[in-house]
Design a protein around this ligand. Structure first.
Ligand SMILES: *[C@@H]1O[C@H](CO)[C@@H](O)[C@H](O)[C@H]1NC(C)=O
Length: 298
């Protein structure tokens, strides 16, 4: 459990260090070996679109076969009122993986006025209200539907496999859910060490939320070329990305973008600029050669 006081201290003590680091950071190209390290997670994120009846036995075709040693612990969701999810253990990564199904977020969903930044539930996210954290109300409501089931499955996985390393994965809406899930699990499970690997991730919360994530866990968000989802909802509405963007550029190089919402034209916020410059086809990838389909092809 990370208390609000501890988080404030963390933020206060990190900020001089963080600003010192930012000055020295540059946009760097990932090596082939670094790009390859994302491959299992790209398949895990894509597999979150598969039926829970398939992921429960890890028999969803090529996407499951890509991480053949994975041992599922629990799955759920119905794909309409509740997004699919799964929790299990990867022996080769020595990690618990939590996958959340996405939804092909159309820019209309993220630009209409049918959502707002809202405080999180204090019992689920103790201390974050005091930090001024607010997140997209629709994403938080979607996360809350499966939170208890996911937490129970993660606890089972932790005791069964003797590890506290957890990676949450997802694409699109699933990436947003994986970000909220990571914060939730790290606040609920004192011993857990959680990180996020998301693809085509929209903005989820405000600056205080981004700062909290940067101070307490690691979020890598991989964005493909001119995908419009990562620049939505707009910064003008108060939304802000945490650090950790990796932008796949037009020549298929993976660029690590330092800072939050880097406005360099090599990173999504600067490159895509506005929704008219975006290309919705780029949302699907490929990421490590994996096209992330909304219908989980075998
Ligand atoms: C964006 O990246 C550049 C390096 O090219 C860095 O100098 C700059 O500080 C970064 N911007 C932010 C907002 O972190």
């Amino acid at each position: 459990m990370v208390s609000a006081a501890v988080v404030s201290l963390l933020l206060a003590s990190l900020s001089p260090l963080a600003s010192a680091l930012v000055i020295r950071q540059t946009i760097t190209e990932l090596s082939d070996a670094e790009v390859a390290m994302f491959a299992p997670y790209s398949s895990f994120a894509a597999a979150a679109y598969c039926l829970p009846s398939e992921t429960v036995t890890w028999s969803c075709g090529s996407l499951c076969d890509a991480n053949a040693d994975f041992v599922p612990v629990a799955t759920g969701g119905d794909g309409s009122s509740v997004q699919f999810w799964y929790v299990g253990y990867s022996p080769s990564l020595s990690k618990i993986i939590v996958g959340h199904q996405g939804a092909y977020l159309r820019s209309a969903v993220l630009t209409d006025a049918d959502f707002f930044l809202d405080e999180l539930d204090e019992a689920m996210f103790p201390g974050l209200g005091a930090l001024g954290v607010k997140v997209h109300n629709g994403f938080a409501e979607e996360h809350a539907k499966t939170a208890e089931s996911v937490l129970a499955a993660v606890k089972t996985a932790m005791s069964t496999y003797g590890t506290s390393a957890i990676t949450t994965v997802g694409h699109s809406l699933g990436a947003a859910l994986s970000q909220i899930e990571a914060a939730y699990l790290s606040l609920q499970l004192a011993e857990a060490s959680v990180n996020v690997i998301g693809y085509g991730m929209p903005r989820v919360g405000n600056q205080a939320w981004a700062n909290f994530l940067d101070a307490t866990l690691s979020v890598r968000h991989v964005n493909n070329k001119q995908d419009v989802v990562p620049i939505l909802p707009g910064r003008g509405l108060g939304f802000h990305h945490p650090s950790g963007e990796i932008h796949i550029d037009d020549s298929d190089e993976w660029l690590s973008c330092p800072g939050q919402d880097n406005t360099s034209d090599q990173c999504s916020t600067g490159d895509v600029g506005n929704i008219f410059e975006g290309n919705t086809d780029d949302h699907a990838g490929p990421y490590n050669g994996v096209i992330i389909h909304s219908d989980c092809p075998a």
